[in-house]
Design a protein around this ligand. Structure first.
Ligand SMILES: Nc1ncnc2c1ncn2[C@@H]1O[C@H](COP(=O)(O)OP(=O)(O)OP(=O)(O)O)[C@@H](O)[C@H]1O
Length: 368
């Protein structure tokens, strides 16, 4: 294990009852000082991962390590972890100061030390001078900051944030995204953030884990995941995508819409059925003769920065294009794209399966 690793999941499975597991052999590593996001649809297991890290529940199988030690049955209050909940879980009958001081009083810290620490935590979240305010007198964004101050005052090594922005309106939510990211940089504490909002995840994270049905589908930086989605679920969940069925012809050549195209993906067998993803911004409109694909323009919307153009090819596949050029509705045009724009995905493959396939491919190609 790398020295910078703070949390490690080793084949963690969580089953609440006899049915299918909520988490199914999940393995990952969290490094110190980074901003991580767990992203996925409702019910995919995001909160379950946070609760396992916090120590509110134990894994059914597998190990959770913290700084190299197995902590499966270490109680929550003995872990260097604090959680910021979706509804903030502040005490309505205590003022701002006492809400933040609560954990320190339980630890029986000296009064002068408590005052100094609470002041510092409130300064970090820009709430100096609000000490005697009641929680009911604070706005949604301010309550959010009190909840964060309460988490950081304990000086945890990791802060877990369970959809902390979901109760805020869009403008405040965007402001808080910047604020949280900035705060994490200044504190240098590891943040693990849960959201089902892909734009939020792309904007805030050093690393994203995309989850579906209790499995990590893909992990990586926002650009890795956006540029190289590993399967249809990820491609669909993150950003807009054109996805069509195809099959491999040979390495570096793939067939879809009845035509063959050069591509850069490798390690798949000839004739293997695949799915093709091309992002709308990787398609450029041109004349029918110059295009690699011939399509008819069905509709067009002006989106400010670009036109969103919807086209259909002869086989009836829809192609969404984001272009700064304008098209003519009803016109026969061509779509041009580079080989790198074609992402070839094996049906339903997860990251783990993808890594194994590439390893096997590398071994074979080195042996040759
Ligand atoms: N205590 C429990 N007992 C039984 N099933 C549970 C329990 N807690 C969660 N589940 C189930 O586990 C699955 C994953 O729940 P989890 O809360 O981790 O999902 P999530 O990705 O955080 O979803 P959301 O975005 O809706 O909060 C769901 O199907 C949920 O119904």
């Amino acid at each position: 294990m790398e020295e910078s690793t703070i949390i490690r999941f080793e084949h963690v499975t969580k089953q609440y009852d006899q049915d299918t597991p909520v988490l199914d052999h999940v393995s990952f590593e969290i490094e110190k000082g980074k901003f991580y996001t767990l992203l996925g649809p409702s019910g995919c297991g995001k909160t379950t991962i946070l609760r396992l890290i916090a120590g509110f529940i134990e894994p059914s199988k597998g190990n959770i390590l913290f700084n190299g030690k197995v902590i499966n049955d270490v109680p929550a209050n003995k872990r260097q972890v604090n959680t910021v909940f979706q509804d903030y879980a502040l005490f309505p009958h205590l003022n701002v100061f006492e809400n933040v001081a609560f954990g320190l009083r339980i630890k029986k810290m000296k009064s002068a030390d408590i005052t100094a620490k609470v002041k510092e935590a409130l300064r970090f979240v820009n709430l100096e001078g609000y000490e005697t305010r009641e929680i009911s007198e604070m706005s949604g964004g301010q309550r959010q900051r009190v909840a964060i101050a309460r988490a950081i005052v304990n000086e945890p090594e990791v802060i877990l944030l369970d959809e902390p922005l979901s109760a805020l309106d869009l403008k405040l939510r965007t402001e808080m995204q910047y604020e949280l990211r900035e705060l994490q940089r200044r504190l240098g504490i590891t943040f693990i953030f849960v959201t089902h909002d892909q734009e939020e995840a792309l904007a805030m994270s050093d690393e994203i884990f995309v989850l579906n049905k209790g499995k990590i589908q893909q992990s990586g930086t926002p650009t890795d995941i956006y540029d190289e989605p590993i399967n249809r679920f990820v491609a669909d969940f993150i950003g807009e995508s054109n996805i069509v069925a195809g099959k491999m012809v040979q390495d570096f050549e793939v067939e879809f819409t009845g035509q063959r195209f050069e591509c850069v993906d490798q390690g798949l067998d000839a004739n293997e059925p695949v799915e093709i993803v091309i992002r709308p911004e990787d398609l450029e409109i041109t004349t029918a003769e110059q295009g690699k694909l011939q399509v008819r323009v069905d509709s067009q919307l002006f989106r400010g920065v670009h036109y969103e153009i919807c086209c259909y090819d002869e086989a009836g596949n829809e192609w969404l294009v984001h272009s700064t050029k304008r098209a003519t509705v009803g016109a026969e045009i061509g779509l041009y794209f580079e080989p790198e724009a074609i992402h070839v995905m094996r049906l339903g493959e997860t990251e783990e399966e993808f890594d194994k396939r590439l390893e096997a491919y590398d071994e074979v190609s080195h042996a040759e």
